[in-house]
Write a protein that binds this ligand. Structure first.
Ligand SMILES: NC(=O)c1ccc[n+]([C@@H]2O[C@H](COP(=O)([O-])OP(=O)(O)OC[C@H]3O[C@@H](n4cnc5c(N)ncnc54)[C@H](O)[C@@H]3O)[C@@H](O)[C@H]2O)c1
Ligand SMILES: [Zn+2]
Ligand SMILES: [Zn+2]
Length: 371
């Protein structure tokens, strides 16, 4: 069948929206009619060369939709089911899935390559050849053939144009604070970067009971949004935040610092490492070009102050459990999703959407396929 999709053909190129050939679902695969897709910074990394990928590739790794057809052997979902996709598949059987670390599932090895785990592709074009699907999803397409391992069935009364955000940004941010940072009541948490992911680190830290949620972002709109989500202090620079944390903690330092800026830098990690106190943790969630060595700290400070620096993928969550849990929190009014969305775009407006993200105009933008 044919679908319209936003394809990247190389670094520093805009998305090309074009019709491509989409394979019918094979064994354990699902054809999804995509309802909504989220614009996360990780797709911008593909354009900017900070995520090293294979081209051509259809972007989009936050997808929500309705199952149109299933291939042979599919058991996780059925035709008509409402689905939120996880940007990392979970097989349920590998050593990571079977030890409560689905975010590290071995089946996710090809998410940057954009192929299915067996190395084959589901989108093709006579001119471009085989086209990858970012994170095995390729959500910037009206239809997507995805692995059932990427699918999480969700309650069908939930609005898919909000639920889609629980495919990456929400659990990644929330889990960066709650799972990786282990925020506890009374803690002082510093968050660098209040974008689509960082704002959810704010939600997580607030819900976990942090006394001080100190946010750093150079963009005033982002700082204002952080305050709306419960941040207690906001600053344009790390230096101002460091002075405030020193005061707020009687010189003890923060309990955790979450680094979730758009493009990770050595300075952000160094600032975070300096702002935390003894026995405390720096969480690195944001990424940069893999060739950039962004972690440079004093090993002596690390040892004598028993500090920890840890990376986190998908907020160290278990997609099959956490996506459902977070949506039930939303349904119960305990998690904000509607308030995250600043702007909606059609698929044809995707480059505008990413320009707005670059310009700091949006917290979350979504492609709404109903528009
Ligand atoms: N680890 C994971 O599993 C995972 C998942 C999703 C996204 N990410 C990464 O997380 C990062 C954030 O993604 P996003 O979608 O929230 O991006 P975004 O562009 O929406 O937000 C980034 C924010 O960082 C701010 N910023 C930039 N430089 C800063 C600095 N020096 N100090 C403080 N703030 C600064 C920007 O103003 C912006 O508000 C990206 O690197 C993305 O690739 C990681
Ligand atoms: Zn993402
Ligand atoms: Zn697995």
């Amino acid at each position: 069948m044919k679908t319209r999709a936003a394809v990247l053909t190389g670094y520093h190129q805009p998305f090309q929206v074009r019709e491509v050939e989409l394979d019918e679902p094979g064994p354990n695969e699902v054809l999804l009619k995509v309802s909504a897709a989220g614009l996360c910074h990780s797709d911008l990394h593909m354009m900017d060369g900070d995520n090293v990928v294979r081209f051509p590739i259809v972007g989009g790794h936050e997808a929500a939709g309705i199952v149109e057809r299933v291939g042979p052997g599919v058991t996780r979902v059925a035709e008509g089911d409402h689905v939120v996709c996880s940007f990392i598949p979970s097989c349920g059987k590998c050593r990571y899935c079977s030890t409560g670390r689905q975010n590290l599932c071995n089946m996710g090895a090809t998410i940057l390559e954009g192929s299915m785990p067996d190395g084959t592709f589901r989108m093709h074009d006579p001119e471009l050849g085989d086209i990858g699907a970012f994170c095995m999803l390729g959500a910037f397409s009206e239809y997507a053939t995805v692995s059932e391992l990427s699918c999480v069935k969700v309650d069908d009364w939930l609005p898919l144009d909000k639920a889609v955000l629980v495919g990456c940004g929400v659990p990644t941010g929330y889990g960066s604070a709650v799972n990786a940072g282990e925020v506890k009541p009374g803690d002082t948490t510093v968050i660098y970067g209040i974008g689509g992911v960082g704002i959810n680190a704010v939600q997580g830290a607030v819900q976990a009971g942090a006394k001080n949620v100190v946010c750093v972002d150079p963009v005033a709109f982002k700082r204002d949004t952080a305050l709306e989500f419960g941040a207690t202090h906001v600053f344009a620079t790390a230096e101002e935040a460091a002075a405030a944390v020193n005061e707020l903690t009687w010189g003890e330092g923060a309990d955790q610092a979450i680094c979730v800026v758009g493009v990770m830098t050595e300075k952000v990690v160094a600032d975070a490492f300096a702002v935390i106190g003894k026995g405390s943790t720096v969480v690195v969630t944001g990424v940069a070009n893999p060739a950039n060595l962004t972690v440079h700290v004093s090993g002596s400070d690390l040892v004598f102050n028993q500090k920890t620096i840890k990376g986190t993928l998908f907020g160290s969550s278990n997609p099959q459990y956490d996506i459902v849990k977070m949506l039930r929190m939303y349904d119960a009014g305990k998690l904000k999703l509607d308030e995250l969305i600043t702007a909606r775009y059609t698929l044809d407006e995707i480059n505008e959407g990413y320009q707005d993200l670059r310009d700091g105009k949006i917290i979350r933008g979504i492609i709404d396929y109903s528009e």
